[in-house]
Write a protein that binds this ligand. Structure first.
Ligand SMILES: [Zn+2]
Length: 124
């Protein structure tokens, strides 16, 4: 069941609600017991497990300690952000033979006809 009117305080969350639930089930502790160990209210633990409230970094530390599991287990799995590929420079068309020359080659001469790519004009 979805609750469209219910807003999440933070998106994305710092923690993984399902991971917290799972870690707690593995520990055999109730939400109340975890709350007691963390020094917070049970409702906060419930909200963290439901994903309706974000677990702050310090809260994650306490949760990990209470559940006796590595903190990383409870953290949201962040997507690996790949480095953006540098924008490719457009190919330089040889004014003499029309061959497409890659400017990354660093050569001012056409790879096909070996004539200067800047043309015979003078607007280098
Ligand atoms: Zn050429």
């Amino acid at each position: 069941m979805q609750h469209p009117t219910r807003k999440r305080p933070k998106d994305p969350l710092d923690h993984e609600p399902k991971a917290v639930q799972y870690a707690r089930s593995q520990s055999g502790l109730t939400q109340q017991q975890v709350a007691d160990r963390c020094g917070v209210s049970k409702s906060l633990i419930t909200e963290i497990e439901n994903g309706t409230r974000n677990a702050t970094p310090s809260m994650l530390n306490r949760l990990a300690e209470a559940l006796n599991c590595p903190r990383v287990v409870l953290e949201r799995k962040r997507e690996v952000i790949s480095c953006p590929t540098p924008a490719r420079q457009p190919m330089v068309e040889c004014p003499n033979c029309g061959a497409a020359n890659d400017p990354a080659r660093g050569s001012t001469r056409c790879y096909a006809c070996n004539l200067p790519l800047s043309g015979t004009g003078g607007d280098a």
